[in-house]
Design a protein around this ligand. Structure first.
Ligand code: SF4
Length: 141
């Protein structure tokens, strides 16, 4: 079976809600769903007026060669998440896609300990966030 991307976009194949982003702490934290919920138009519309990816984290079939993060073998986003971010939690979060997750299969529990703080859409363009996202650094003038 194809691997699942845990930071997917609406409209990708097999798109489901992985969790809901809790915004009431100092940083966004994902609350994982305990059963599958297809990311239908009706479900995604519940995020309005925010974008679906601001309210939900979505999983979907990994797009592999259609995704800029895929290098032909690995997800480079997962690599950066595992290498560059500190752990967000002390124990593996309850997650129903673990056996099929691209990030877990590649980086193991190291990815899971950082996963709850990942948001698919972010407006925090700190140097650290840009590096993890694979965005070019902004040079100060
Ligand atoms: S918690 Fe682990 S298995 Fe679940 S989506 Fe995140 S990286 Fe994948």
């Amino acid at each position: 079976m194809s691997k699942l991307c845990p930071s997917a976009q609406p409209g990708m194949d097999n798109c489901r809600v992985l969790g809901v982003v809790q915004q009431d702490g100092p940083r966004p934290m994902l609350l994982y769903l305990n059963k599958p919920l297809p990311a239908t138009d009706d479900v995604l519309a519940m995020a309005a007026p925010l974008k679906p990816t601001e309210v939900f984290r979505l999983s979907a079939t990994c797009a592999e060669h259609q995704c800029p993060h895929f290098d032909g073998a690995d997800c480079r986003l997962a690599t950066r998440v595992a290498r560059l971010l500190p752990p967000a939690v002390d124990a593996l979060p309850p997650c129903i896609i673990r056996k099929d997750c691209r990030w877990y299969s590649q980086e193991g529990g190291t990815a899971c300990l950082r996963c709850p703080e990942i948001t698919t859409v972010t407006y925090d363009l700190s140097p650290e966030t840009r590096e993890v996202s694979g965005l070019p650094a902004v040079t100060e003038r």
